[in-house]
Write a protein that binds this ligand. Structure first.
Ligand code: GLA
Ligand code: ZN
Length: 671
């Protein structure tokens, strides 16, 4: 799907806060000149504008926004229009304290900050609906408005009496009877049994914090609540004109809500991407953010939008580094390579005061257009214009590799009190598996365990720490392998059901015959301990953290443990099942071992790479449509020669194999 049908082009621009400059009309004038100079074609406005849009209860003032939208449109700049529900005016908090959130210690927050409303407050919902309706009635038909940006970075939860009541209702609908709930939550443990719905409170460090099934339901409920709020806003903005798509800006490594579920409530996924580039060896960071991009694309299996990124530095990391020369284009193109239809920034112009006055911006306090950052931004705008006809409508290729990444299982893994207690590092574990493909230039999709998940198009499916099985995933995986697929599953998979209750079967549940192995025990290693998985030809894969003890039930031991009392027993197994093959990694292979393991596997399966050559450390390649993005994050100049003849698109020259530090080359293959 095209994310912005009213303007089917790559977007370049970002968060624009004209409401901070209403007493500087000359600056607002100059913004438009500067935007055109920087090849900006779309800006997001209104994100935190509520106090200016409704200065007093029921008194709306759209005059400034009218002027801004018209001026932008007259100059060919489109608008991503936000609903301002991410922060509310002081008068509202004063008059209706119920709009403020109650924290996990059951304390009501005071006015201030942002992203802290109560999502069930009827007053807040009514105020938001009225505001959204007014915005939509006024602007939805404006040809310059191309996308709704619902609120800002939804996160967190509220434990007020209203939200508690909704939690109980949600539970009652789900379980129907308290008996069913008590079973699902295993409440015969520590006298947790509930005898009335009114006894149930949200999890809290000063209350119930040990019922892991309940905490899991709280996360599901919080996801549902956020979706319900988004649906309410969506309905309001759509009433005037349903043709404008709706997005919400998502975040990296996000924990609070299940994004696969949440994405069902928005038309377009967009996200805010803030890596810390050092300009030295940025291999790990680049891979981390490539995976974030791929997750975002996978949420709806559609192109996404990079809604925020910084043109230079941020101001909220422990060390706020500037981007090295070249890094701005490189990191922007990384997003495009992985499926973004935009490069948007936070923020257009640096504010004069408060928390974000030192956050990077396209235009700094001095308002100059001859800065390094301004030139870097302009370059990205020009490149996007060059790529637009070639790439914008190009279909995103379907990867052959799929990694299962499931929010519910992730929550359950991290809550589980075993192994590395509270430290199973689900996201980082998935990332280590992903790295092996990223560095080879092999594209990857992510899928979760919802019923809609279809694995049939993939050659290789990877299930790292798939602790929970739900949505019939075991049948899907069995069918996938039987019909010729290759599965890699790791330790600590298939242990609990959707209620976080242990299966009373061998592990991994219902798949031991497919994998030909069962996991008998799981050992955890101290940080200074290690072991290795050794193959019959003497290759040793170092392992750390986790070593599971495996019992063969038909599989072959591909590698055995080198040390400890389980020395000589299977560490990695492989098993032919039906037309396919299933691998089990009983131990946590270190990053380098995983890279080596998957390199061989991908080669033996003939999985294509973006460029047919081995790439140096820190260099990767990613194809989109007819072009290949060759990216150098190694911090060093590199020289190497891919198979075939390639043209460096931006220079209009044959690619000469030279790739300076922190650069991207955009290549097309010569016919
Ligand atoms: C987030 C927010 C923005 C801004 C940036 C700063 O992504 O959405 O409003 O605060 O962080 O990096
Ligand atoms: Zn609440």
């Amino acid at each position: 799907m095209n994310p912005t049908p009213r303007f089917p082009h790559f977007l370049h621009g970002g968060d624009y806060n004209p409401d901070q400059w209403l007493d500087h009309p000359e600056i607002l004038e100059d913004d438009v000149r500067l935007m055109k100079k920087a090849h900006v074609n779309a800006v997001s406005i209104g994100i935190f504008s509520w106090a200016r849009l409704e200065p007093e209860e029921g008194v709306y003032d759209f005059s400034w926004m009218d002027q801004i939208i018209h001026r932008l449109w007259d100059n060919g700049i489109r608008v991503v229009l936000a609903t301002p529900s991410g922060a509310r005016p002081a008068w509202m908090a004063e008059k209706y304290p119920e709009v403020l959130r109650v924290d996990d210690h059951f304390q009501r927050r005071h006015f201030g900050e942002r992203h802290n409303h109560c999502p069930s407050s009827p007053v807040y919902r009514q105020k938001v609906r009225q505001m959204d309706t007014a915005l939509a009635e006024r602007y939805a038909s404006h040809p310059g408005v191309i996308l709704w940006h619902i609120s800002n970075e939804f996160s967190g939860d509220c434990r007020c009496p209203l939200c508690t009541a909704r939690f109980r209702e949600w539970l009652e609908k789900k379980y129907q009877t308290l008996d069913a709930l008590n079973k699902a939550w295993y409440t015969d443990f520590w006298a947790m049994r509930y005898t009335a719905w009114s006894q149930i409170e949200p999890p809290s460090p000063v209350g119930q914090n040990s019922n892991l099934s309940m905490i899991l339901d709280w996360r599901r409920f919080s996801t549902w609540m956020c979706r319900d709020f988004i649906e309410m806003e969506k309905e309001a903005v759509r009433a005037a004109d349903p043709s404008i798509p709706v997005t919400a800006n998502l975040m990296e490594r996000f924990w609070d809500y299940d994004y696969f579920s949440l994405a069902e409530s928005i038309d377009v996924v967009s996200w805010d991407c803030y890596p810390l580039w050092t300009g030295k060896d940025d291999d790990a960071t680049a891979c981390d953010y490539a995976m974030n991009h791929d997750i975002m694309r996978s949420l709806k299996n559609q192109p996404f939008l990079l809604m925020e990124s910084t043109p230079s530095n941020v101001n909220w990391k422990p060390v706020n580094k500037l981007k090295h020369p070249g890094m701005h284009l490189l990191s922007s193109m990384q997003a495009v390579a992985h499926g973004s239809c935009s490069v948007q920034y936070f923020q257009w112009r640096q504010g004069r005061g408060n928390a974000e006055m030192f956050h990077g911006a396209v235009v700094s306090h001095a308002g100059r257009d001859d800065t390094r950052v301004f030139r870097d931004v302009t370059e990205v705008g020009e490149v996007l214009e060059t790529l637009d006809p070639l790439l914008y409508a190009a279909p995103v290729e379907t990867p052959k590799v799929c990694i299962l990444y499931d929010w519910e299982s992730r929550w359950a893994v991290e809550y589980a009190q075993t192994g590395l207690s509270h430290g199973m590092q689900y996201h980082d574990t998935v990332l280590a598996h992903y790295h092996a493909f990223w560095e080879q230039g092999i594209p990857v999709d992510f899928r979760d365990m919802r019923e809609v998940t279809d694995l049939s198009g993939y050659s290789l499916v990877i299930a790292p720490q798939l602790f929970m099985f739900r949505g019939g995933i075991e049948q899907k995986l069995e069918e996938f392998v039987r019909s010729g697929g290759h599965l890699v599953m790791t330790y600590f998979s298939g242990i609990v059901d959707e209620h976080n209750l242990a299966f009373l079967t061998d592990t991994p549940h219902a798949l031991t015959h497919v994998l030909g192995v069962r996991e008998a025990e799981m050992d955890a290693l101290f940080p200074d301990e290690s072991n290795a998985a050794v193959t019959s030809d003497g290759t040793a894969y170092p392992v750390s953290g986790i070593c599971s003890l495996l019992e063969l039930e038909g599989a072959q031991a591909f590698a055995i443990y080198q040390d400890d009392f389980y020395k000589g027993t299977p560490a990695i197994t492989r098993h032919t099942y039906g037309e396919g093959e299933a691998w089990y990694l009983g131990a946590r292979l270190t990053g380098e071992s995983l890279d080596a393991f998957y390199q061989q596997l991908a080669q033996s399966l003939g999985i294509p790479r973006a460029l047919d050559c081995d790439l140096p450390h820190g260099v990767t390649a990613h194809a989109r449509g007819r072009v290949v993005f060759l990216e150098n994050y190694s911090g060093k100049d590199q020289t190497f020669f891919p198979e075939g003849h390639w043209t460096d698109l931006l220079r209009g020259l044959p690619f000469d194999g030279h790739l300076p530090a922190s650069t991207v080359r955009i290549l097309t293959r010569d016919e």
